[in-house]
Write a new protein. Structure first.
Length: 476
């Protein structure tokens, strides 16, 4: 059964990686893989539980005396259904609910023209000056929003400024790199950092100061190299169809658009503060923010002279968020949890420790792989392989110094956030930002591989070197 589960997972993983050539949505593959693995795990529970969950199983039976008279196989099935599946869904729901709230918040701001206050202020025509401006705005914007949304907003911007599609490919590639680097140093900047933050592997107060400089270096290095080959003015577009605002944006006043932008950004930045003050999970903070935005837009529309069908109330904006992405996360996290409960990930982590035994090397490998396959299952797998170490676990470990790397905000988790986020820039298909820019601008895979991949690799390794130096030499 163990071998069958591994084969099913790898087959699903392969289909996810080949989503574009096969034209099979990865969300469907992930959901099928996750549910099939749970069926296989439940069927083989009697052989898995004694090796991977013996203590939890014993505690479950002690608190459920009515189950002690059932056959052993039935006891195992009840343990899976009444305990493990509920625990798994509870942890996954925290991440999904947070993502839904963040996606709704960003979509609401975007659909009401809030981001125009940022993008409309860029008027540069010099290629180098525009490159630095685009990279800087993308880097910092993606830390607050997310790298995917930021990439879409910035691509819409360069379409207004750059007419030549080959020039736009260069700027689009820098947007991918800067968005992924910017998302890596913020707990809310990338799906992988959100996963690590929500599950308690990293915290806001330690992540930002430790990862800001490495992430900045990973973006600056490619920008500096590319800037050496850019000269002159950009080619302006002949027509600017993207500047035709719809009736809603024409009707809304500037102060209303600005108010939605400020309130939306505040709601996102408020979440880490909310978590620190109340100790409640982050999804509660983002839901509070969505509630504020919902009430604000309802009050705003009371005095807006526009047809009701054109008003983008939050109830309509919810329909615009990417449900397929949420289904993908659900499926892949369900799949990874079966590997964790069956003991596969635990055994794999032991193998990595025995053969490599270096947290920097392990994460550099994960980061490289994230340019080929999706970084979400990679990070989910790492979370499943290594539990967050406690003081007791460190004190009783055979190698306390090595085990300390896996405590909250330990080197392993911080470096994982960096590598999984930044590593995806090495290929255009290696990140959600890259895929969306590829789709919007039609960037050729081979073109990106020849002209951008080595620059992204240089940035990735430079930022990694900065992080390692911070820890090894400076002890930061």
């Amino acid at each position: 059964m163990l071998t069958t589960m591994i084969i099913v997972f790898l087959a699903g993983y392969l289909l996810i990686a080949l989503e574009h050539p096969l034209k099979i949505n990865k969300a469907g593959t992930a959901l099928l893989t996750g549910t099939v693995l749970w069926v296989l795990y439940t069927s083989g529970a009697p052989q898995f539980i004694p090796n991977a969950s013996a203590d939890e199983f014993k505690l479950f039976l002690d608190t459920s005396p009515l189950l002690k008279n059932l056959p052993y196989a039935d006891q195992c099935i009840r343990f899976v259904i009444d305990h493990q599946i509920l625990d798994s869904i509870g942890e996954i729901a925290e991440t999904l609910i947070f993502l839904i709230g963040a996606m709704v918040t960003v979509e609401l701001v975007d659909s009401h023209g809030g981001f125009l206050f940022i993008t409309n202020r860029i008027k540069a025509t010099d290629k180098r000056q525009l490159l630095f401006s685009i990279a800087a705005i993308t880097f910092f914007m993606s830390a607050v929003l997310d790298n995917l949304t930021t990439s879409i907003v910035m691509i819409m911007l360069i379409r207004k400024l750059v007419g030549n599609y080959k020039e736009r490919w260069i700027f689009g590639s820098i947007i991918v790199i800067a968005a992924n680097s910017g998302g890596a140093w913020s707990p809310i900047g990338d799906v992988t950092t959100i996963m690590l933050w929500v599950r308690g592997n990293i915290s806001t107060s330690a992540t930002i100061p430790h990862l800001f400089l490495p992430s900045l270096v990973s973006a600056v290095v490619p920008v500096l190299i590319i800037s050496r080959y850019l000269h002159g003015k950009v080619t302006p577009p002949l027509t600017d169809e993207n500047d035709r605002n719809d009736l809603l944006l024409c009707t809304l006043e500037k102060k209303e658009k600005l108010a939605i932008l400020i309130l939306g950004v505040f709601c996102l930045l408020f979440v880490p503060i909310f978590k620190t003050v109340t100790h409640l999970p982050p999804f509660m903070g983002i839901l509070m923010g969505v509630g504020f935005l919902w009430i604000f837009t309802e009050l705003m529309y009371r005095k807006t002279p526009i047809d009701e069908n054109l008003k983008l109330r939050l109830s309509k904006v919810i329909n615009r968020i990417d449900g397929a992405t949420l289904m993908f996360f659900l499926g892949i996290l369900l799949a990874v949890d079966t590997l964790r409960y069956s003991g596969i990930l635990g055994n794999f982590s032991i193998w990595l420790d025995d053969t490599i035994g270096n947290v920097y090397a392990v994460n550099l490998i994960i980061g490289t792989l994230s340019s080929i396959v999706d970084n979400v299952p990679l990070v989910a797998g790492a979370i499943g392989m290594y539990p967050v170490a406690t003081d007791t676990l460190v004190a009783t470990a055979s190698d306390p110094t090595y085990m300390a790397n896996f405590m909250q905000d330990g080197v392993f988790w911080q470096f994982l956030a960096y590598c999984a986020g930044v590593g995806g820039s090495m290929l255009i298909i290696g990140s959600a930002a890259g895929v969306v820019v590829m789709g919007l601008e039609g960037i050729n895979f081979i073109w990106y591989l020849k002209r951008i991949s080595l620059l992204a690799l240089a940035g990735y390794l430079s930022g990694a070197a900065v992080y390692i130096l911070q820890n090894v030499l400076l002890g930061i």
